[in-house]
Write a protein that binds this ligand. Structure first.
Ligand SMILES: [Zn+2]
Ligand SMILES: [Zn+2]
Length: 158
C-alpha cells in the first residue's frame, strides 16, 4: 500500500486517513487516479454553486467537484464520486450485495473492518492491472449473454 502526500502541506498520508494530521484538511480518495486528495469545501471553489452541501473541491483534481460515497456517513468509506453522479456509492461500495443490520454497534464496527479490507482489495486490483472484481448486474441477475466476447486480461504480476 503506497503512502500518499497531502497536496496542501506535504504531510505523509495513509490510505484510510480522512483528515490530514498536520493541516486539518479533509481527505478523500479518487479511485480513477489512485490519489488521496486534500479537500476544500466547494463554496470556496469559483465554479461551485453556493449552498451545495457536502460538495468538495479536490486539490489533486482542480476544476472538478466531488461528494463522498454514501457509506462515508458510517465512517466505512473515504472514497469520492463526482458531485453530479447519479450513483450514491463509490465504485467499491456499489458492489455490496449484503450489508449487515447496522443497528448494533458491534455490527458497525465489524462492517467497517470488512469495508477497509474490501477497499484495499479494490486498490490492489486497480494497481496491478488485473481489474476490479466486478460482476455486472446483468450477470448477477442470471441473464448475461454467452455470445459476448471474453475480455482479454493481463496476468497479475504478483
Ligand atoms: Zn495537510
Ligand atoms: Zn464507498
Amino acid at each position: 500500500m503506497k503512502l500518499f502526500t497531502c497536496q496542501h502541506c506535504d504531510q505523509v498520508l495513509y490510505f484510510e486517513n480522512v483528515r490530514c494530521e498536520k493541516c486539518g484538511h479533509r481527505l478523500g480518495y479518487l479511485a480513477e487516479t489512485n490519489v488521496l486528495s486534500a479537500l476544500e469545501p466547494a463554496a470556496d471553489a469559483k465554479d461551485a454553486t453556493p449552498g451545495q452541501p457536502g460538495v468538495w473541491q479536490a486539490l489533486a483534481a482542480r476544476g472538478k467537484l466531488f461528494r463522498f460515497c454514501a457509506n462515508a456517513a458510517y465512517h466505512a468509506c473515504n472514497w469520492l464520486i463526482p458531485a453530479d453522479a447519479a450513483e450514491s456509492y463509490c465504485i467499491a461500495c456499489r458492489h455490496n450485495r449484503t450489508v449487515p443490520d447496522l443497528t448494533p454497534a458491534d455490527n458497525v464496527f465489524a462492517w467497517r473492518k470488512l469495508e477497509m479490507a474490501k477497499h484495499r482489495l479494490f486498490y490492489t486490483c486497480s494497481s496491478c492491472a488485473c481489474h476490479w472484481p466486478i460482476v455486472s448486474t446483468r450477470r448477477r441477475m442470471g441473464w448475461f449473454s454467452t455470445s459476448s466476447p471474453r475480455r482479454r486480461r493481463r496476468p497479475c504480476p504478483r
